[in-house]
Design a protein around this ligand. Structure first.
Ligand code: IPE
Ligand code: IPE
Ligand code: MG
Length: 252
């Protein structure tokens, strides 16, 4: 069975795709947003447990006003168009990040859909909007300090305080658009993610490329620091703990 359960995607390349065709960047976002539903459906069909999509970063606030407002309205359109399908397919929907600057109407669509789907056991679909990985970690630490003044936080306690802890570690991070960087996405959750960088600009990404990336990456051997394939980071930590005691090396 594939060890890929949670896929995260940096949907990049809309602007360059449009500009290379003598269109505005905004047009690239419109075209890019139109393929999101296909990818969500494919993830669901493939039986993935979680799909997290990077739609707007904390850094994207620095973009021109019309680009930012277009991205807001495309998110709203997507939610209105997909609401029924999300519910029908028992998808658990979440938005992570600070979206308090979105128009109130969009915020209430988000909270309503999150609430309606919170007990669903299907695909965990998360949109990262107004999201930054550093911000998420700082938020988790601050929340812990407030509830436990003067105490040290450990990895499990931090993990529980992330914005969508139920999605868990990322197994595969895909970035379209040709650049090879993380751009402040899921920094904690990607500790041991497989990375895949596609040259395809997001508006041209499609189901078949998605499927073939998953097939390619499912065959990668994930060792999590061991010398042989291992199932997960949790599994490797358990082995490491037992070994530390068993080897009993103490201070050498
Ligand atoms: C990704 O496409 C969408 C967002 C960042 C919101 P870009 O707008 O970054 O497109 P490029 O990378 O400039 O081509
Ligand atoms: C990352 O893409 C953010 C999203 C896809 C939402 P960017 O285009 O903002 O990232 P950089 O600026 O190339 O790092
Ligand atoms: Mg970009």
């Amino acid at each position: 069975m594939s060890t890929i359960k949670h896929v995260a995607i940096i949907m990049d390349g809309n602007g360059r795709w449009a500009q290379s065709r003598a269109h505005t960047r905004v047009w690239g976002h419109i075209r890019g947003s139109s393929i999101v539903s296909d990818i969500v459906e494919e993830a669901d069909d493939l039986g993935l447990k979680a799909l997290t999509l990077y739609a707007f970063s904390t850094e994207n606030w620095s973009r021109p006003f019309n680009e930012v407002t277009t991205l807001f309205s495309l998110l709203k359109k997507f939610l209105l168009k997909e609401k029924e399908r999300i519910i029908k397919n028992r998808i658990r929907f979440r938005v992570i990040g600070d979206y308090s600057n979105l128009p109130e109407g969009t915020q209430s669509i988000i909270t309503e859909l999150e609430d309606l789907t919170k007990d669903f056991k299907g695909l965990k679909l998360t949109f990262a909007f107004g999201y930054g990985g550093r911000n998420e970690i700082v938020h988790a630490v601050n929340q812990y300090i407030q509830a436990n003044p003067g105490q040290k936080i450990d990895e499990a306690q931090l993990g529980e305080r992330l914005f969508a802890p139920e999605a868990g570690d990322v197994d595969l991070l895909i970035r379209t658009g040709g650049d090879q960087r993380i751009s402040n996405f899921l920094l904690w959750q990607c500790a041991y993610a497989e990375l895949y960088f596609s040259e395809t600009k997001w508006p041209e990404f499609n189901r078949s490329e998605f499927r073939s990336i998953l097939e390619t990456c499912a065959n990668r051997e994930r060792r999590f620091g061991n010398v042989k394939a291992i199932a997960s980071l949790d599994e490797t930590s358990k082995v490491a703990q037992t070994n530390k005691k068993k080897f009993g090396l103490g201070r050498v």
